[in-house]
Design a binder for this molecule. Sequence first.
Ligand code: SME
Length: 158
Amino acid sequence: MKTTFSTLLNSIQEQILNNEIDLKGICMILNKEVPHYNWVGFYFMNDKKRILEIGPYIGAKTDHTEIAFGKGICGQVAVSGKTFVVDDVYAQDNYLACSIQTKAEIVVPLFSNDILIGQLDIDSHEKDPYSEEDVNFLESLCNLIAHKPELYTKYLPE
Ligand code: SME
């Protein structure tokens, strides 16, 4: 790894506070700095339609621009509101394949004032790459993002 999670979190926090970064920029940094983060993107809740809608992302183009609540790893997190770590995507029945290179996935919920508004989805080309440190780092990052509505309000449904 080129940098530690705490250095990375501090750097992103500073850029968020100084309005120097948007969600696509956050995806880019994560993808560049963490070798096992190969597809990085955001999905946002549309409660009326009961689907997730894709937001900014970095990585291979995906067919999954809309995901019904309950479908796939992302759709399950839309229902549970809990971080979901999948060490081996092929061992999952309820999984939506994005790329054949993907072996593992982590999905972290994004809450704003206790309301589930979206999620950060990260795919890895490595099997079983995510540790407790990844979970803590990504949950802290989502918490930082949640406190800066300018970053995401434009992606929320009317
Ligand atoms: N694998 C996800 C779908 C989204 S893509 O990975 C970008 C899922 O099962 O929900």
